[in-house]
Design a protein around this ligand. Structure first.
Ligand code: COA
Length: 626
């Protein structure tokens, strides 16, 4: 998405107040207010498109049954129209009719652990240090970069992003620092300390499962330099040489209901409460990890991805995290690094924009020499562990280790070409990659499946995402033809091009707020809110099939040669994330070992073959007249 996003600085506006420190007071607010509200798509359009989307993934008999349900739902004066009116009323009364609902249903009320099931990781290129000095030096520069980015957020000077010439909602940038998820018995919540008198001044540093509060500002308000940060990190390192017996952070890996109970228990103690609040309030967390176990070059990146997603288990680095914290940068002693982030406040692109910024700082050769000022010792956060808390930690450890065993993750670089090739063929690279995923899946399973690709809704105020349904009648036509002896190369290439066009059309429709998934969800939630009985349409097997995303995918482009990764969203599915660079594509593919039918490495193998076969096909067949 950032590929289309021109990072242009916002035009200065006459109404804005300028302060001496280049702070642009009110710019964020003015920018936000100028954005259009998210539209409610027309009801009939969504229902027609829903039937079309079902065609490649359900049987003709099921489809004919669903047609009847749709016909009933869409009748003039029927339940569909009533719910649609409710949605339109909601849209008039709120800043964004979807955003609160989405935050709750997709994140805060989702009860599975955030680890693997929700929080994405980012794998950064391996750094060339191999010891503690290198680790701390890198971490110091990284923190300096984060603070520089934070200054742009605080001063409201962050460049506004554009997509297809349209300015984007910048709200997510204001939510990623100084925030934390808090577990609740039925629903979690998010706290944010980015603004006002309670604004955060510290980061949390974790080393050997021990947590520290590191104040990152001088008394005059200036951020600590990398040099100063290095000294402070060394102090932390030297006072936490032994691994803590109780990895308190492991509690955050648990099922949300269990964690909510353990959280209440933990916070009964005043010291524990203060320590937890300090972590929650901090700007972000920096995890100084123990070195990863040595593995061969070909599986190294996949192991780093696992470290980012879950920390490697209770015996490795999982206790060196607070998974509720929105942003956790991870720097291991062996040069492995990346981050994990809690998904509720933001999508990947703002996180990756921060990564691109921070990575520039880590490449700075020399650390700035700053005058020696005495800085206080960072405060160690203490925890009193009662037998009950110890028991909660033990349970969380067991559950986590099962999850660690279950995650099958493969990071893979496709070297043969990058987005340059589809572009040279006048094809959208994203559509090309999505179609390759369709082909790979079809070749593996002999059928198409419901496929989710994230589409940004940030053209609208407080916009998050909708779904691009990559499986279409056109994609199915192509994948069925690809290995068919009855079709010529020319026919296959024409079907390929037609399918990529259909994908691009769906993408354009989605980013303009006219996709079907969030609209259908809105109609369903409106029915719950109106206390009317649930329309049959949402109780239908076809609806369940449509929502069972065996392929959950996302493009998260970055300037840095990195890749984001996340777990599958269904037990028998794949999570696929990719960063298409000009000459190569970074892929992260995940699956669950407990599912006998899925295998990340096998999917990578089929995907590679699909990408290569599609290129050969286009090169063999002359350009079509489509
Ligand atoms: N011919 C030649 N070039 C083309 C082309 C065509 N037919 N179609 C697209 N391109 C070019 C684009 O101009 C762009 O060029 P650039 O690399 O110079 O910027 C590049 O190819 C990429 O375009 P495309 O592959 O079509 O993707 P996109 O940048 O439009 O992104 C989405 C598509 C769906 C990923 C994006 O719209 C989006 O919504 N991203 C959100 C992702 C997100 O939020 N993820 C959440 C993760 S938690």
């Amino acid at each position: 998405m950032l590929a289309l996003v021109a990072r242009a600085a916002a035009r200065p506006c006459g109404l804005l107040k300028q302060t001496p420190l280049n702070k642009v007071v009110g710019r964020f607010q003015l920018h936000q207010e100028a954005l259009p509200p998210l539209p409610v798509p027309p009801l009939q359009q969504t229902l027609d498109r829903y039937l079309l989307a079902l065609q490649p993934i359900i049987s003709p008999e099921e489809l004919s049954h669903t047609r009847e349900l749709v016909a009933e739902f869409r009748k003039p004066g029927g339940v569909g129209e009533r719910l649609q009116k409710g949605l339109e009323r909601r849209a008039r009364k709120t800043e964004n009719w979807l955003s609160d609902w989405w935050l709750k249903t997709a994140y805060l009320e989702y009860r599975l652990p955030v680890v693997v099931h929700s929080s994405p990781g980012v794998v950064l290129p391996k750094q060339d240090f191999l010891d503690r000095q290198g680790q701390l030096r890198f971490a110091a520069k990284l923190i300096e970069g984060i603070l520089d980015f934070k200054t742009m957020i605080d001063n409201e000077t962050l460049p506004v992003e554009y997509m297809g010439g349209k300015p984007l909602c910048m709200n997510q940038y204001y939510q990623i620092l100084s925030s934390c998820r808090i577990p609740g018995p039925k629903r979690d919540s998010i706290v944010n300390y980015a603004k006002g008198k309670k604004q955060s001044r510290h980061i949390t540093v974790v080393h050997n499962f021990q947590f520290f509060e590191l104040d990152v500002y001088n008394s005059d308000g200036s951020p600590l330099t990398a040099d100063q940060l290095f000294i402070q990190l060394e102090k932390i390192w030297n006072t936490s040489l032994q691994t803590n017996k109780e990895p308190i952070g492991i509690l955050t890996t648990n099922h949300r209901n269990s964690w909510a109970k353990a959280y209440n228990n933990l916070l009964k103690d005043k010291t524990n409460k203060e320590s937890v609040r300090t972590i929650e309030k901090s700007i972000c967390t920096v995890c100084l990890d123990a070195p990863m176990p040595r593995v061969s070059e070909d599986v190294y990146k996949s192991h780093v991805a696992a470290q980012m997603l879950h920390g490697g288990g209770s015996r490795l680095n999982s206790g060196n995290r607070w998974f509720d914290k929105t942003l956790q940068f991870i720097v291991a002693e062996d040069g492995s690094c990346g981050l994990v982030y809690e998904h509720a406040p933001s999508e990947g692109p703002p996180i990756v924009a921060l990564v691109d910024h921070v990575v520039k700082f880590t490449k700075k050769a020399e650390m700035d020499k700053s005058p020696t000022v005495h800085l206080p010792m960072p405060k160690k956060l203490r925890f009193n562990i009662t037998p009950e808390i110890k028991n909660d930690i033990e349970q969380a450890k067991q559950n986590l280790n099962i999850m660690v065993e279950d995650l099958d993750i493969k990071i893979w670089v496709f070297h043969q070409f990058g987005k340059g090739f589809p572009k040279s063929e006048k094809i959208s690279p994203d559509a090309f990659i999505q179609l390759a995923l369709q082909l790979a899946y079809y070749r593996m399973y002999g059928r198409a499946c419901a496929t989710y690709e994230s589409a940004s809704l940030r053209m609208f105020r407080l916009g998050r995402t909708d779904t691009i349904r990559s499986t279409s009648v056109h994609s199915l036509n192509f994948v069925q033809s690809m290995d068919s002896p009855d079709k010529s190369d020319q026919e296959k290439a024409d079907l390929l091009r037609r399918a990529t066009q259909a994908h691009r059309e769906y993408t354009d429709m989605a980013i303009r707020g006219n996709a079907i998934d969030r609209h259908l969800l809105g109609l369903k939630l409106q029915a719950i809110e109106d206390l009317v009985s649930m329309p049959e349409l949402f109780m239908d097997t076809a609806y369940a099939v449509a929502m069972h995303f065996n392929l959950s995918t996302s493009q998260v482009p970055a300037k840095t040669d990195c890749v984001m990764c996340f777990g599958p969203v269904v037990p028998d599915g794949y999570g696929v994330c990719y960063n298409p660079m000009e000459e190569h594509i970074n892929f992260a593919i995940s699956a669950f070992n407990s599912c006998a039918d899925t295998n990340a490495a096998r999917m990578a193998h089929y995907l590679e073959k699909a990408l290569l076969d599609m290129r050969s096909l286009l090169q063999a067949a002359p350009k079509s007249k489509l």
